[in-house]
Design a protein around this ligand. Structure first.
Ligand SMILES: Cc1cc2nc3c(=O)[nH]c(=O)nc-3n(C[C@H](O)[C@H](O)[C@H](O)COP(=O)(O)OP(=O)(O)OC[C@H]3O[C@@H](n4cnc5c(N)ncnc54)[C@H](O)[C@@H]3O)c2cc1C
Length: 379
């Protein structure tokens, strides 16, 4: 489609951003696209669960994006977004301002780090490749002891949580210690303030996840509000338990710069949008992926798959708006993931009609295959 000289600017270079770029070119948009992100490197976050076991390393999961940007004729602007002037249509960054005609916000989410001790004494397992490396190195240095892993949500926005990867780290580390023949030297505890952690994946998934923990001799500490993390313990309103290595995934919130942006924000701090990524009273700005707060069921996941679906819908609406076509594209609500444990995997699928959880060895290989195909598509 002819661009009419309009400049499209995309914030971020993660799943939603890359899908948006592919979608723009697939829909024959031939105009200028600028991506603003701190680095022109893509990090394949779902596979960081395999860094502690040595199945993956930083080199496997980081993809320089120069080729991708050349292939899709995208200009990369290196910088971190610090603000937005929506009236003058300018994005502020730590490297100067960038003007836009249409903007897609796809710069992901942030972790709530208010819990006492979280910064000093916990590793946030979803904090990218460096977190996977820290866990790997800490495990290697331990002769035995107590390890605790857990997650919590955003109290103002229950959908803003990421629990799936914590189960994967938990089962992955259990499997690793068994393979190393030293599982008996470690006590593993899973904790969450939620009495039924993983409920968003469906009732069968919760039962299955807890059954798996019992089978693996993993203790649970559930349903108690978190009070803090110390060097050698986790403290909740329901008591304190030992932990020399604590992996804690807190609730998510939106990018910090949003608070001054004038965009409508949800209680949890995300950009409020409709099911097509459109933002009320801001006709040129769209959002996709973890940065947004979208209408949907309570279990609407913040996942790469959803980010892709949301990016596609937002781009179709952006192009319709540019062409003056009154179309309404909406993303499909769908949770799909494989909860991996190195030796096997559980496929979890949920939509508005079904909630399925199914365990099979093949799913571990399916997760590896999916990673390979995805990374090949952006190299
Ligand atoms: C360990 C782990 C396992 C996971 N497993 C799965 C899984 O199995 N299946 C699944 O579907 N999802 C999974 N996810 C979730 C998935 O990775 C996220 O939901 C997905 O990355 C969200 O995509 P996004 O594009 O919205 O944000 P991100 O992928 O987080 O991308 C955000 C981008 O914005 C950039 N950025 C950040 N701040 C700024 C700024 N101020 N200015 C400019 N750019 C900025 C970042 O550098 C990045 O390029 C997993 C996540 C983790 C951490």
């Amino acid at each position: 489609m002819e661009s009419n000289g309009e400049q499209i600017v995309i914030l971020g270079a993660g799943f939603a951003a890359l899908t948006a770029i592919k979608s723009l070119r697939k829909n024959r948009f031939n105009g200028a696209i600028t991506v603003i992100s701190p680095h022109s490197v893509f990090a394949y976050l779902p596979s960081t669960i395999w860094i502690p076991s040595g199945l993956r390393s930083r080199e496997d999961l980081e993809v320089p994006l120069e080729n991708f940007f050349t292939r899709f004729n995208v200009r990369h602007f290196q910088g971190s977004v610090t603000g937005l002037n929506s009236e003058e249509k300018r994005v502020q960054t730590d490297n100067g301002e960038v003007p836009f005609d249409r903007l897609l916000i796809a710069s992901g989410a942030r972790f709530i780090q208010k819990l006492p001790g979280i910064k000093e004494h916990a590793i946030i397992p979803c904090d990218g490749i460096k977190a996977g490396e820290q866990i790997r190195d800490r495990l290697a240095a331990m002769d035995g002891g107590a390890i605790a892993m857990g997650f919590a949500g955003n109290p103002n926005e229950p959908a803003a949580m990421r629990g799936g990867p914590v189960f994967e780290f938990l089962y992955g580390i259990d499997t690793l210690l068994r393979k190393q023949g030293r599982r008996d030297k470690f006590k593993l505890t899973f904790f969450s303030p939620a009495p039924e952690p993983g409920k968003r994946m469906g009732p069968n998934a919760v039962k299955g996840l807890l059954k798996e923990m019992a089978k693996r001799n993993i203790d649970t500490h559930l349903g108690h509000k978190m009070k803090g993390i110390t060097e050698n313990s986790v403290i909740t309103e329901g008591g304190e338990f030992a932990s020399e290595l604590t992996l804690f995934m807190p609730g998510l919130t939106g990018p910090a710069w949003l608070t001054e942006s004038g965009l409508p924000l949800s209680a949890g701090g995300f950009v409020v949008a409709d099911k097509g990524g459109r933002i009320e009273n801001h006709p040129n700005i769209y959002v996709a992926g973890d940065s947004g707060s979208f209408p949907g069921p309570a279990w609407l996941p913040k996942q790469a798959h959803m980010a892709d679906l949301q990016a596609e819908a937002a781009i179709k609406n952006m192009l319709s708006d540019m062409a003056g076509r009154p179309e309404q594209h909406q993303f499909k609500v769908e949770l799909i993931c494989i909860v991996d444990s190195i030796s096997t995997g559980v496929l979890v699928y949920r939509d508005m009609k079904r909630a399925i959880a199914f365990k099979c060895r093949l799913f571990h290989w399916a997760k590896l295959l999916f990673e390979r195909l995805y990374l090949r598509s952006i190299r």
